[in-house]
Design a protein around this ligand. Structure first.
Ligand code: DC
Length: 233
């Protein structure tokens, strides 16, 4: 294990719409940590693969393409910018179609191998909050702190529907809940790195909690961990 020179690794996993991105960003701000949104990386990869018209069943073409992938996440206050192979894809990766496509593309081995490597390099020195589906189980099974953030599909669908409506996307609540359930199934039933709770993860159900309450809980666990292990911050 590489020495954590910048702090510990905090993993936040869970299904789509549980509030991981908001919580990861605010927790990273509170602790002076970096945030790594691994879902945004999978979305960017899916967009590029789609644009390049790579056949997902053509493993060698996909492997070759994934080796050239260069995905960068930049954060400026509350705004995340995603740069994929040199172009800004921040807005294009957030449509409902891209969500479903990403869920499919992210089940492919060449894609996961490439992003796994990139994520480990980005996070191994610590001082990071990584959010995704497989952070505590596959990317950093040795993360010092693991959370599994969940909420009911209805609540997650409601939140996602509000977000998309605010952006002017023509969506209905019924369709959004059904998309959330479909993605849950695709993400948890795939063979490689499926969405699942790490044995040592602390589970937080955010259905009836405010963002502040979730953050306070996480920060409290973080402080207890740091105090009990005598880890330097
Ligand atoms: O967190 P998100 O909704 O932006 O993620 C988009 C998709 O990417 C999601 O359907 C599953 C996939 N994903 C993954 O397979 N592994 C991760 N670590 C993060 C996301």
């Amino acid at each position: 294990m590489k020495k954590r020179t910048d702090g510990i690794i905090i993993a936040i996993d869970g299904p789509s719409g549980a509030g991981k991105s908001t919580v990861a960003r605010l927790l990273a701000d509170r602790l002076g940590y970096r945030q790594i949104d691994t879902g945004a990386m999978y979305r960017a990869a899916a967009l590029l693969i789609d644009r390049a018209e790579i056949d997902p069943d053509d493993t060698s073409a996909l492997e070759y393409f994934c080796r050239q992938l260069d995905i960068k996440l930049e954060y400026d206050d509350a705004r995340q910018t995603v740069i994929a192979n040199g172009s800004d894809v921040t807005n294009q990766i957030r449509t409902p179609e891209m969500s479903l496509l990403t869920s499919r593309i992210s089940s492919l081995k060449p894609v996961r191998n490439a992003l796994l490597k990139a994520q480990r390099l980005m996070g191994e020195s610590g001082g990071v909050v990584l959010e995704g589906r497989d952070i505590g189980t596959v990317v950093f099974p040795d993360a010092e702190l693991k959370f599994y953030l969940s909420a009911s599909p209805e609540e997650r669908g409601r939140r996602r529907c509000e977000e998309l409506t605010a952006k002017g996307e023509p969506v209905t609540l019924e369709q959004t809940i059904s998309d959330v359930i479909k993605r849950d199934r695709q993400d948890s039933e795939r063979d490689i790195a499926p969405l699942c709770q790490a044995e040592d993860a602390i589970v937080i159900d955010s259905s009836r909690l405010t963002v502040e309450q979730v953050l306070d809980k996480m920060e409290q666990v973080y402080r207890e961990k740091i105090n009990s292990t005598g880890m330097a911050l």
